[in-house]
Design a protein around this ligand. Structure first.
Ligand code: UD1
Ligand code: CA
Length: 461
């Protein structure tokens, strides 16, 4: 394989997005369009990747933040040929350059491999083309009538009536031999309908120079769909989600409804995983064997070990959850949480930056923040670790086999020693001894002779 350079054109305005955010930064599946293209580019292991940016300026390289990329600014958007010209000083003299668009996010790596293989075979210029029933708006592939060889690409706005009937379109993605690239780009002119320097004009130049022009096609039509509007973005998002869902189904994951799951990152599943409707997975999520995720749950950067059940409406972020746990419904597990096996976190329980050892339970209405909880602890309903004094945060330590009665406040820093029992309604401000009952509670009294107030009767005037 000859040396591969990749250029991603990403300087376009994206006016139809009606947004101040540069088009290539709009998210698809939770990540900028450009990041998807970069993933694909990196998978091809090129010598270098250049990104041409322009509109929106520095926010594009700032957001992507990858020093290994070569960022080239195109001050004025004078056309695709002009954009590629800006990268010439960075490109190798031999090998080939693959041109991708920053707003065409879903091209598969296999498709591009096929294209560059075609180009490499005999120093061809290789185009990715597609037959469309409605080719309107695209550049058309002009072929010779006798041999059917590609002779040129003509843009819609410059095309004759007959050329507009052509259904083979230019996707814009091409692989160009570097040895000709300098020469061809310098010869480009902008005497066309849009007064732009068209990259597509190099096709006719190649033919003139006796360089063969080949075309390959993507396996799926959506691979080369570009995004110019929110309507197209939403449509492509659905295509992406549908593809992800079907990949999961093919791996054996049970989805209650493949059209009601959103994966914004990577979801790895073991065997016999079941996911109910309307769940969102963000970042890196790993669900081991037999994990069940209830409806309307949101999991972000989470690892869940085998056999755990997440009941509906649970939110889990940056956490590690052990085997056979029961989470939710309506649980909120926040960053820095580690649950060992067989832990139960019930409804309206919030856990933050805490570790909970095996077999412990907090089943109802609690807040556990900055806590270290031992094994087989029972945390009663309404228990709160008061971890914050308004300025600093403190730790609560609850040792093995502790029983915390309902509606207890643990004023951190505080330690409840092994086997202790805390009476319901207590406010615990000091460390408690092991194995004893500790409670802080006002004595119950009953007042003799007390009478309920009687409602005053209002007299009419
Ligand atoms: C281009 C092709 C057309 C093809 C179509 C596929 C040319 C002349 N035409 O047309 O044959 O059918 O794509 O969608 O190449 N860009 C820059 N700088 C510029 C101009 C464009 O970086 O000065 C970038 C855009 O951000 C975009 C890509 O190049 O990612 C394509 O630009 P766009 O204006 O969408 O090209 P089309 O006119 O649609
Ligand atoms: Ca254009």
């Amino acid at each position: 394989m000859p040396k591969l350079n990749i250029v991603i054109l990403a300087a376009g305005l994206g006016k139809r997005m009606h947004s101040t955010l540069p088009k290539v930064l709009h998210p698809l599946a939770g990540r900028p369009l450009l990041s998807h293209v970069l993933d694909t580019a990196r998978a091809l292991a090129p010598e270098k990747i250049c990104v041409v940016y322009g509109h929106g300026g520095e926010i594009v390289p700032q957001t992507i933040d990858d020093r290994k990329l070569i960022w080239v600014k195109q001050e004025l958007q004078l056309g695709t040929g002009h954009a590629l010209m800006q990268t010439l000083p960075h490109l190798d003299k031999s090998g080939m350059t693959l041109v991708l668009f920053g707003d065409v996010p879903l091209t598969r790596v296999e498709t591009l491999r096929e294209l560059i293989t075609a180009a490499a075979a005999a120093k061809y210029l290789a185009l990715l083309t597609l037959e469309l029933d409605e080719p309107h708006g695209y550049g058309r592939i002009v072929r010779s009538s006798r041999e059917g060889k590609i002779t040129a690409i003509v843009e819609e706005k410059d095309a004759s009536e007959t050329q507009r009937q052509i259904r083979e379109i230019n996707t814009g993605i091409m692989a160009v031999p570097n040895q000709y690239l300098h020469d061809w780009l310098h010869k480009l002119e902008n005497n066309n309908a849009q007064k732009e320097y068209y990259l597509t004009d190099i096709v006719a130049m190649a033919v003139k120079d006796g360089v063969k022009v080949e075309a390959t096609q993507p396996g799926r039509a959506w691979e080369t769909l570009g995004i110019n509007s929110k309507v197209q973005l939403a449509a492509l998002e659905r295509i992406y989600q549908n593809e992800s869902a079907h990949r999961l189904l093919e791996q054996g994951v049970t989805l209650a409804d493949p059209s009601r799951i959103d994966i914004r990152g990577q979801l790895a599943c073991g065997s016999d995983v079941t996911i109910d409707v309307n769940c969102i997975f963000e970042g890196l999520v790993q669900l081991d064997d037999n994990v069940r995720v209830g409806a309307h749950s949101i999991l972000k950067n989470v690892k869940i070990a085998a056999g755990t059940v997440v009941a509906p409406f649970s939110l889990i972020e940056d956490a590690e959850i052990g085997k056979n746990c029961r989470i939710g419904p309506y649980a909120r597990i926040r960053p820095g949480t580690r649950l060992a096996s067989e832990v139960h976190i019930g409804n309206f329980v919030e856990v933050k930056n805490s570790s909970i050892a095996a077999g412990s339970k907090a089943n109802h209405l609690s807040y556990l923040g900055d806590a270290v909880v031992g094994k087989n602890v029972n945390i009663g309903a309404g228990t709160i670790t008061c971890n914050y004094d308004g300025a600093n945060k403190y730790q609560t330590i609850i040792e093995d086999d502790v029983f915390i009665g309902s509606d207890t406040q643990l004023i951190a820093p505080v330690k409840v020693a092994k086997g202790a029992t805390i009476g319901a309604g207590s406010t615990i401000t000091r460390d408690t001894p092991p194995e004893k009952l500790t409670l802080s509670r006002a004595k119950q009294i009953s007042i003799a002779g007390w009478k309920r107030p009687i409602k005053k009767v209002k007299h009419e005037k």
